[in-house]
Design a protein. Structure first.
Length: 233
């Protein structure tokens, strides 16, 4: 089987490819794919060994069998397109909290809460010049919708909208805006916090911090966290 693999963020930089074509045997797994890529890109082998594979825009464990026609991507172990539902988007344009509020406002809502994540200049004494965000847009929007479904199940009557900006962002610019509308105010605070934590966990978005003396891809999908689990449930 011949497959074209999509690479993002640090993996794209380490391999020098945004897309890469490989041949796999019938019955090959996601683990076999990563092993093949490690052999093809020895300089990036350590990084690839910590990556996830997505199959048809879903996180796959390493035993998942890859089939003809599957859409494959390598998801870097860091975090931190528009679909059919206009409440969820990846965009290069400046974000507007007012626009998201209009998407969730409804006659049954007694509270509308917005969260705006912005680019800060100093982190632990280190000065950031700017951030560069990258995403797997189709999968990101799909995962945003999944987060909304989780929230609507936990807090009935809640409406959720999420927008995340990609590209180069300057200090103080908004990177993400989340709006939740709930019948009562307590649920708005709870649902808003749940939304941003889940976004950090499962949505394939990465940021590159550019400092005065270097840069690094950083984020939240790193370390022991398993994206196939749901720790907040």
């Amino acid at each position: 089987m011949e497959h074209t693999i999509r690479f993002f963020a640090g993996v794209a930089e380490a391999t020098g490819h945004r897309e890469y074509t490989v041949r796999l045997q019938e019955g090959a797994t996601a683990g076999d794919l990563l092993a093949k890529l490690q052999a093809d890109f020895p300089a990036a082998a350590e990084l690839l060994g910590r990556c996830f594979v997505s199959v048809n825009q879903e996180y796959a464990d390493r035993a998942t069998v890859i089939r003809e026609g599957d859409e494959l991507a390598v998801i870097p172990p860091v975090s931190g397109g528009s679909g059919n539902d206009p409440r969820f988007e990846i965009t290069t344009e400046p974000l507007s909290s007012d626009r998201l509020i209009r998407k969730v406002s409804n006659p049954y809502a007694g509270a509308v809460l917005t969260f705006v994540g912005t680019v800060r200049e100093f982190t632990n004494g280190q000065r950031t010049l700017h951030l560069e965000y990258e995403a797997y847009p189709q999968m990101a929007v799909k995962k945003m919708a999944e987060i909304a479904a989780e929230i609507e199940a936990k807090w009935p009557g809640t409406q959720v909208a999420i927008s995340h900006r990609i590209g180069k962002l300057e200090i103080e610019e908004a990177a993400v805006v989340i709006a939740v509308a709930t019948p009562h105010r307590a649920a708005a605070f709870e649902a808003g916090r749940y939304a941003i934590e889940r976004l950090k966990q499962i949505v394939p978005i990465w940021k590159k911090e550019v400092w005065e003396d270097g840069s690094e891809w950083k984020g939240h999908q790193q370390g022991p966290w398993n994206p196939l689990a749901h720790p907040l449930e």
